[in-house]
Design a protein around this ligand. Structure first.
Ligand code: FMN
Length: 196
């Protein structure tokens, strides 16, 4: 049987080599409390054997949504390889230690934004204007020396525990596309063919 995680990692690495603009990212879909789907681009940090890792901010709507309904999907589309992965799973927070080292490597602007979320307004909040936003951003920027900044407690690593991976492969020539579904259970991954 296909080792789906090995293949997923291999394809992502090939997408990087091919300079696919989607290689570093994924598209995370959640559901808000009104049942409205919400999707956004995130950097895909790690692909582990049974989960994916993402970094978000705890002040964001996506985290509120995931806390009330942790079921989510992560979509990958590598145009350079003609491959789509649709990944279904359950999100949960990781311990703060999962993000600490990475936080220090973030660009200064991103660190200041995390302080902004902590002290001015949460991520995705409305502001009176772009000028008002920049004024508050600059006020934090002026008073914080880059070297003294510490990870915000709201900077959050989350894990999406894998349940299902569906892959659509458009490379087949003259035949229907290849669409395979992989389900994870206590006995490992099982594979099913879907109509493309
Ligand atoms: C290329 C790209 C990468 C992004 N990476 C992240 C990320 O890793 N983490 C994150 O929280 N937001 C990231 N964003 C911003 C999100 O798409 C989104 O605008 C933000 O997190 C607010 O989402 P929410 O209102 O659904 O909570 C990225 C956006 C783009 C276009």
């Amino acid at each position: 049987m296909t080792d789906i995680i090995d293949e997923l990692r291999k394809h992502r690495s090939e997408a990087f080599t091919a300079q696919d603009s989607n290689a570093p990212v994924c598209f995370l879909a959640t559901t808000d409390p009104h049942g409205q789907p919400q999707v956004r681009t995130l950097v895909l940090r790690e692909i582990n054997d049974t989960d994916l890792t993402l970094f978000i901010n705890a002040s964001s709507p996506k985290w509120e949504q995931l806390q009330s309904n942790p079921q989510c999907q992560v979509l990958l589309w590598y145009a350079t390889l003609n491959l789509q992965y649709r990944i279904t799973g359950i999100a949960e927070a990781l311990p703060a230690s999962a993000i600490t080292n990475n936080w220090h490597k973030r660009p200064h602007r991103a660190k200041v934004l995390d302080y902004f979320y902590d002290t001015v307004a949460p991520q995705s909040a409305t502001m009176a204007s772009r000028d008002a936003l920049l004024e508050s951003f600059e006020a934090i920027n002026r008073t914080r020396a880059p070297g003294e900044m510490r990870p915000s407690v709201a900077a959050l690593a989350i894990r999406v525990q894998l349940a299902r991976i569906e892959r659509l492969d458009l490379t087949e020539d003259g035949l229907p596309h290849i669409r395979q579904q992989f389900d994870l259970s206590d006995t490992g991954w099982s594979e099913t063919t879907l109509v493309p």
